[in-house]
Design a protein around this ligand. Structure first.
Ligand code: ZN
Length: 323
């Protein structure tokens, strides 16, 4: 395996890192050739990792979030995990140019900053409706439409003052919510009609009892696949994408090489390698990184290398990967 880990960080992240002295960096391998930078190109498509962390507040990582850029414009926001509000601003994200917001699932490390992003977007004066697409409901998890109701409904929302998002009044764009059927990861993949410039397929995945989705996005003949949080029980996801050879596979790297799989929620590094070996991306990017997953990153890379021999990068916040 050619390991192309890139640990360049933005000035803001560097300041945070200097203040918090994250222990995780001590065990990370030295950087080699960069596959990304914190500046996305003005031409072509790229995916920027806004938040490369998980649910635990540690080091300089926001919760999971991605931004799809096309020709210098942010077009898709995928997840808005806790902390990503700040990264969205640092990246130059705007609600005004988005075609949609996609959510993989409704854990706080993936959706906790959505209210902040919407609140900020309310100052942009956008009038066109905006699609918000995510998983359906299950016990203890509202569906995506219900989630938005609970956030900003004028009647009962936690942030009822932003209720204009649900009826397109008060200088807010109407949010068009859509629940994708997940069935525990067993529902069929669904093509989403979002834009003429790119295509998106929502793939139900298994994340324990949590309704969850992964996404495949194709722009100009190049594809990117985002696993979301998923366990190895996500068999349809793997089968549907086997041999699809995307430019990039973003895989959520939650646990290290030796730890057991907590409650069947996530793929182990070996299972990430199996998935990458089947999907055959040009580059595998590990994100949703935590101290627990990076503390023995060499074990993870060795486990992945048993099934996948392509390039591997470890994402930090704001890394931009051109397709
Ligand atoms: Zn997560």
């Amino acid at each position: 395996m050619h390991f192309a880990g890139w640990f360049g960080i933005s000035s803001a992240a560097a300041i945070l890192a200097a203040c918090s002295a994250p222990a995780e960096t001590a065990d990370e391998p030295a950087s080699s050739s960069p596959a990304s930078s914190t500046e996305c190109p003005l031409e072509g498509a790229a995916v920027q990792v806004l938040g490369s962390g998980g649910p635990i507040a540690e080091a300089a990582r926001a919760g999971t979030s991605y931004l799809l850029w096309i020709d210098g414009e942010p077009r898709l926001l995928i997840d808005a995990g806790a902390g990503s509000f700040l990264r969205f601003a640092e990246a130059g994200g705007k609600l005004a140019t988005l075609d949609a917001i996609l959510l993989t699932h409704l854990h706080a490390d993936h959706a906790g900053d959505l209210a902040g992003v919407l609140n900020s977007g309310g100052f942009e004066g956008r009038s066109e409706p905006l699609a918000v697409i995510g998983p359906d409901a299950a016990p203890r998890f509202p569906g995506t439409a219900e989630f938005l109701e609970r956030l900003v409904s004028k009647d009962s929302g936690a942030f009822a003052y932003n209720g204009g998002y649900l009826d397109g009044t008060e200088n807010k764009p109407l949010l068009e919510a859509r629940d994708v059927t997940t069935a525990g990861g067993n529902a069929e993949a669904e093509g989403l009609d979002i834009s003429n410039d790119f295509s998106v397929t929502a793939h139900p995945v298994n994340h324990g009892v949590v309704p969850a989705l992964g996404y495949a996005i194709e722009v100009g003949g190049k594809a990117v696949v985002i696993t979301g949080d998923q366990s190895s029980a996500s068999e349809a996801f793997a089968a549907d994408l086997t041999g699809s050879r995307p430019a990039i596979l973003f895989a959520h790297h939650v646990i290290n090489g030796e730890a057991g799989q907590p409650r069947g929620l996530h793929r182990t590094p070996f299972e990430i390698g199996e998935l990458a070996g089947a999907i055959e991306p040009e580059r595998l990017v590990l994100t949703h990184n935590m101290v627990r997953s990076l503390s023995r990153v060499d074990d993870s890379l060795s486990a992945i290398a048993e099934s996948y021999d392509g390039d591997v990068s470890i994402a930090t916040d704001l890394d931009c990967y051109p397709l």
